[in-house]
Design a binder for this molecule. Structure first.
Ligand SMILES: [Zn+2]
Length: 214
């Protein structure tokens, strides 16, 4: 264990050397500012690494990760990240990225007491209840589980669209747009759920319009 821990610092030195060799201004340039075009909200799962799957370098994507890529309306952590990304970084896209074989989604589908995880999983169970009709028509448990992964991404996109900063910024400046993706862990492929952002924004604003005042 000690060795694998120490290995990280050796690997870090090698990475710095490689980056400097590639571009001697790499760190000096990065240290000045960040100007990412994307906010990525993904799962904390160790197999799904934002920069790597998107082919982006440090500085190109602002990242927030938690169990099952949730946007919970009283979670100051994710709400602060969204606020900062929209109002200070002026990101052009906010991406919710879920993934098949997600342990958080699977746990939410088990009807049992998960202790401290209960309130977090409750948000996913609520998504299930909202889409119960569709999910209950899927006989295969695994297919149902993967469909819940997709539906959860969609609902979390709506939760982003419900925020005042996203609504106001989009109407004033034309960005950010919100997108939902599912990463296929078996093949390494990113799938765009092609959520119709403008349509969803209009629909959401019928009930959650926060563009006035503030
Ligand atoms: Zn996951």
């Amino acid at each position: 264990m000690e060795n694998s821990y120490k290995k990280i610092f050796t690997a870090n030195k090698e990475w710095v050397a490689a980056k400097n060799k590639e571009n001697p201004n790499f760190f000096a340039h990065l240290a000045k500012e960040q100007n990412p075009e994307y906010l990525y909200i993904g799962c904390a799962d160790s197999r799904v690494h934002a920069n790597e799957i998107m082919g982006l370098q440090p500085g190109e994507v602002f990242v927030h990760r938690n169990i099952a890529n949730m946007v919970v309306n009283n979670d100051l952590n994710v709400l602060s990240v969204i606020n900062y990304a929209v109002e200070y970084l002026n990101v052009k896209y906010i991406i919710i990225c879920g993934h098949y074989n997600c342990g958080g989604i699977k746990a939410a589908m088990q009807p049992k007491d998960m202790g401290i995880l209960n309130p977090w999983l409750r948000n996913i169970r609520d998504v299930y209840r909202l889409h119960e009709k569709e999910l209950d028509t899927i006989p295969d448990t695994n297919d149902r589980y993967n469909r819940l992964v997709e539906i959860n991404v969609y609902e979390q996109c709506l939760n982003v669209i419900k925020t005042a900063e996203v609504q106001k910024s989009y109407l004033e400046k034309g960005y950010p747009r919100v997108a939902g993706w599912v990463y296929d862990i078996n093949a390494g492929i990113l799938n765009d759920l092609d959520i119709d952002f403008e349509k969803e924004l209009t629909r959401i604003r019928k009930i959650y319009d926060l563009t006035k005042g503030g």
